[in-house]
Structure formats: C-alpha cells, structure tokens
Design a protein around this ligand. Sequence first.
Ligand SMILES: [Zn+2]
Ligand SMILES: [Zn+2]
Length: 60
Amino acid sequence: MGGTKGDSMSENKKKCANPVCSCVPTGKNKYCSAYCEGTAGQTVMICHCGHEECAGNATK
Ligand SMILES: [Zn+2]
Ligand SMILES: [Zn+2]
C-alpha cells in the first residue's frame, strides 16, 4: 500500500548560490563554478558558468 513515489532525493541537492544559475554544485561548494562564486554580492542577469545545462546561460 501507499504510493510514495516522491523524489526525496532532490532535497539532498542544493542549487548554485548564484540566483540566475540552475546548476548543482559538487561536494560542499555553494557555487557550481568560480564564475558563480565571483558573482557574489552582484546582480547578474546571465550566467556564464559554462555549464550546458544551466538555465541562466543565454549563449545557446
Ligand atoms: Zn550557471
Ligand atoms: Zn552556478
């Protein structure tokens, strides 16, 4: 009984701390890349982290 098909795995993954970035950092990093780390305290509209799966990357 019970169809617990929720994706509880997602709560273990934290998005990059850069608001416009959709990537998931590795390990205990807050940012997925050095670029995102450099955007701390800044307002950026486009992410240049270089990851293809990034939703904030407008270069494609
Ligand atoms: Zn990004
Ligand atoms: Zn990032």
